[in-house]
Design a protein around this ligand. Sequence first.
Ligand SMILES: [Zn+2]
Length: 245
Amino acid sequence: MALASLAALVPVAAAQDSGTTKAMEREPGLPDDGREVAAARASVQAAAPDRAKSAADRTARVTPRTGTVSWRDSVAHGVANAGWLEDGVQLPATGTGFYTYNPATQSPPGGAERRWGHDRLVREIVDLGRWWARRHPNGPRLGVGDLSRPSGGPFHGPVVGHVSHQNGLDVDIRLVRADGSEAQVGASDYDRERTQQIVDRLVERGAELVLVGPSLRLTGPPGVVVTWPNHDDHLHVRFPKPAAD
Ligand SMILES: [Zn+2]
């Protein structure tokens, strides 16, 4: 598929390097200075390469069956733009009130390697789905995009990648479509009122960051609900790193 037509399908900005076939979702992280990110990544990797490997081994052993969650206590290392995830939990492809989708194809389900998060994040998504299903029993369900890789770390493509989403605390959630379907959505065909309900719920649940596209007119506390380019078809949500991590 040509890059031009692909770019029209993906929910994120095409990489600034036009020579790449990937699209990268560029979001703020802490730190967001390139040198600081590099230094933080180096220190994370230097401190724990063996732990990262053993965490990956444990991840392989606990991959759950479809529709079930194998809960365990996770640890988020580093920051969203330079970190990794220890003992992550895989979000099922579907659950009460939600489905997952792969942003590279805009079709369900989300890839098995793209649905890993800190247990705090996965619990929030599962709870959000149940809350949504009670509120809107006739659907549509919430569309959940990428979380993190099985052990976190850099989230390059193929096709769609992220600068953040590295330590298991970030997730993308589709806007709600006005026509009630569960297809791809944009600023012109979304339901602002119902999407605002999701934003409000996320803020109430303690999300530290919700990025919303500039065309959406979604609101919330300054510094938490933040207008950000290339987010007119999904919310980027970040939960805070647990104090124990
Ligand atoms: Zn995101």
